[in-house]
Design a protein around this ligand. Sequence first.
Ligand SMILES: [Ca+2]
Length: 334
Amino acid sequence: MIKHLLGLFTQILKLFMTRPGVILITTLLIVMVMSVISMQISKNFYISLNREAYLDFKNLSYQLLISSEKQAIRSIQKEMQAFESKLTLNDPILKNKLYYQSDLMVLELAVSDASNCFNLNSLFKPSKNSYTVRPIYKEWLSRYLRLKLINEAEIDSFIDQLIDWVDQDNQPLNSGAENYFYIGPGSSVKQFTPKRLLVDLSEIQNFPIMQALNFKDLTSHLCILPDSNRQLININSLVESDAFLLASFFNEKNLEYVQSQILTMPKNGYDEINSFVDKFDQSGDFPSQVLSINSKTFKLEGEIITENFTANLDTLVILDISNLAVILRRDFNF
Ligand SMILES: [Ca+2]
C-alpha cells in the first residue's frame, strides 16, 4: 500500500511541478500522503507492540499462577495441620484472601471449602476391574432427587443412566442406556459409555433423561471430584443454602428446621459430630462417616488483573490422610 501511494504521489508531483501556481496544492498533497504513510506505520507498530505485550503477560502470569498455586496449597496444608481438629468459615485460610506478587503483577487468591456437595462418583466403589454401587449413597442420591421434586420414574432413569455410564458391562439397566443408545441416530454423543468415574459434572448432560430435567436446578448441590469417590460434609462450614444437601442426607423433610440448625451453629464450630447428629431424627440409613468437622477438598480461585489483560486460575485440590495434596482439576484462563 505504501509503495502504491508513493508511486501515485510521484506522478502527481511531476504533473504539477511543470505548471506555475500549484506549489500550495503540491505541499498539501505531500502532507496528506505523509500522514497516510505514518498512520499505516503506527497502526502496524501498535498491533505488534500489543501482541508482544500480551505474550509477555501470558508468560509472566503463567509463572505467577503456578507458583501461587503451589504456595497456596502449602498454606492450606500448614493450616490443616495446625488446626487439624476443625475448620470453620472463620478460619483465616477461608476468610482472608491470599496475595502473591511478582515484579509486574499481583495475584489475588481465594480458598474455599469444596466439601459440601454430593459427589456423584461417591455412588461407586472400585472393585477388581469394575465398580460396584454403594447402596447407602444411592439412597442418599434418591432422597436428594425426591427433594428436588423429581418423580420416581425419572429418579430411576437418572440413577440407572449414571450407573451405566460408569459400569464396565455393556448391558443397560432397566431405565439405563448403554453404548448403542449413545451411538444411535437420536444421540449426539456418538461414542460408547466411558466406563470410568466421571471427571466433570457436564458429562451428565449426555444422559437421555436430562432432556426432561433442568440441569442447573438438578445440580445445585451436586459435584464431581474427578476420578475420586471421596465424600465429606464439613458440618463447620455449612451455609444456609446447604440445607437441601443436609436434609437429603438425614432424610429430613422439614427444610426450615434444617436451615435453623445450620444458622444456630456454635460460634466456634463443633468439636465433634455427635452433638450435631443428635439434632436430627436418625431413623434413616445415612453414611455417618461422611460427616466431618474439617475438610479435605479445597477450591482455589485466583485472578491477576493488569491495565490491559486478565488471567484466572481455578484449581480443585484434595488432601490425603498424610496431608499430601493431589490436584484433581486445574484451569488456567488468559
Ligand atoms: Ca451397564
